[in-house]
Design a protein around this ligand. Structure first.
Ligand code: UD1
Length: 422
């Protein structure tokens, strides 16, 4: 298994192109199942999660062709061969559950393996099944699989009131409702930019949807959807991650394709920490105002709040901040697994339930550390860039799920970072 070796202490100067959003692409790809005409995605990120979704769609009989070195995905679901999403693929990636809504809407049946828990928490599917049941589906759990069936005559519009906003459940229900008979209203919908991007694509395919980006989404069902070509929105999590790099190391980095509206709450925290963000013609330019950053408190929340997917990275930054910060994780119950690894590097962190208290130290020291999930891996790399000496981050397959060519992107700005094959 590969590791990443980082030698700390270098300022970063340069330009980092930000890829298309993994989480948008993972919901745009299953949208192909809604139509028998081609759907083409441009600006797709080159990540192993995208390969997993490709394999899943192909296992259902969809054609997925990767063009231009993976940046373009040409898909067609003209002839699907099965409506069963197998455990062997679903267990690799929770987002596989996003085929449930589209399969059910187009074919009247879907059998999708329950994804199971993952390192960051239990991650149940009750909101997905509740939403689809509001559209008339009957759903049963048998042998670890959700068996979903639409009523005779197909799904029908309904009113859905989510008890909490869920990105995946909102996406599944929006996709299913595009082909349901009548009007669907989703209340307490998630408002993430990836949902806005999905709706824009579905609209190009002929769907009638209003309210994306707000907490009420209204969908007027249509008889069929057509093909489309759609450019995947910028990855706000990759953007936020690399915006932190000069905050750790000093220097100045320009993030190509960056947009403030994708990272508003995050930018407020950076400002309070003493990190300057400037809009340029091609993106965002970031630099640390003084030496050490200030400690800031962070609470993770659904969009437009501070994203849980940037919590590990900001925690790593707080490890060398001036003062004490309290981080509260409100989305996932077990998302502080990077804390003990940061402690191995000399950080002072105490975790109590959903809170972590970080007391900034002057400097971290390099160590051998292990990544436990995708965002934890990158937080350890960022910490390593600022630490004294060498840091080796193992289990980097997590990293490859969500960051394309991390060593090239940071290396181009002067970071001493390399992949070590084992
Ligand atoms: C998506 C993102 C993930 C991000 C998360 C929160 C993708 C592919 N992944 O995950 O990177 O960290 O949003 O921003 O887009 N919940 C339930 N029942 C359900 C569904 C969710 O209780 O049926 C809970 C979850 O356990 C969690 C919260 O709702 O506590 C939010 O999860 P959700 O928004 O659904 O996350 P995902 O869509 O899985």
């Amino acid at each position: 298994m590969d590791s990443i070796l980082v030698r700390g202490g270098r300022e970063l100067h340069g330009v980092i192109p930000i890829a298309g959003a993994k989480n948008a692409c993972l919901t745009l790809m299953p949208a192909t199942l809604l139509s028998d005409e081609p759907l083409t995605l441009t600006n797709a990120p080159r990540l192993s999660d995208i390969k997993t979704m490709t394999a899943l769609l192909q296992s259902l009989g969809a054609e997925v062709t990767s063009l231009q070195d993976g940046k373009v995905l040409a898909m067609s679901s003209h002839d699907l061969t099965t409506h069963v999403a197998d455990y062997e693929i679903v267990r690799k990636m929770r987002a596989s559950n996003l085929v449930l809504g589209p399969l059910l809407a187009r074919h009247g049946h879907a059998v999708v393996s329950l994804p199971g828990g993952c390192a960051i928490g239990a991650r149940p599917m009750d909101l997905h099944t509740y939403g689809l049941e509001c559209l008339g589906a009957s759903i049963e759990l048998k042998d670890g699989y959700l068996h979903a069936t639409a009523p005779l005559g197909g799904l029908r519009g309904g009113v859905i009131e989510f008890r909490m906003p869920s990105v995946g459940a909102t996406e599944n229900v929006v996709m299913a409702a595009t082909l349901a008979k009548g009007t669907t209203v989703i209340r307490n919908a998630a408002r993430e930019p990836e949902i806005v991007d999905l709706v824009r694509c579905l609209r190009k395919m002929g769907a009638e949807i209003e309210g994306e980006g707000s907490s009420t989404i209204t969908i007027q069902g249509v008889d069929r959807l057509g093909g489309a070509t759609h450019q995947v929105v910028t990855d706000r999590i990759e953007l936020g991650t690399y915006m932190l790099a000069p905050a750790f190391c000093g220097g100045e980095v320009e993030l190509l394709g960056g947009r403030i509206d994708l990272v508003g709450a995050f930018c407020e925290k950076l400002d309070a920490a003493g990190v300057q963000v400037e809009e340029t013609e091609r993106g965002l330019k970031v630099r640390r105002k003084n030496g050490r950053v200030n400690a800031v408190d962070v609470v993770t929340e659904p969009f437009p709040g501070f994203p849980t997917d940037l919590q590990a990275q900001i925690m790593a930054l707080m490890c060398t901040a001036n003062g004490t910060s309290v981080l509260e994780e409100r989305i996932f119950e077990n998302r502080f697994m990077h804390a003990p690894e940061l402690v191995r590097m000399g950080a002072k962190i105490e975790v109590h339930g959903g809170h972590a208290t970080v007391t900034g130290v002057e400097r971290l020291r390099g160590a051998r550390v292990m990544a436990t999930d995708l965002r934890a891996s990158i937080s350890l790399i960022l910490a390593g860039l600022a630490a004294e000496g060498e840091t080796v981050v193992s289990r980097v397959y997590h990293l490859d799920r969500g960051y394309e060519r991390v060593e090239d992107k940071l290396g181009a700005c002067g970071a001493l970072i390399e992949r070590v094959a084992s």
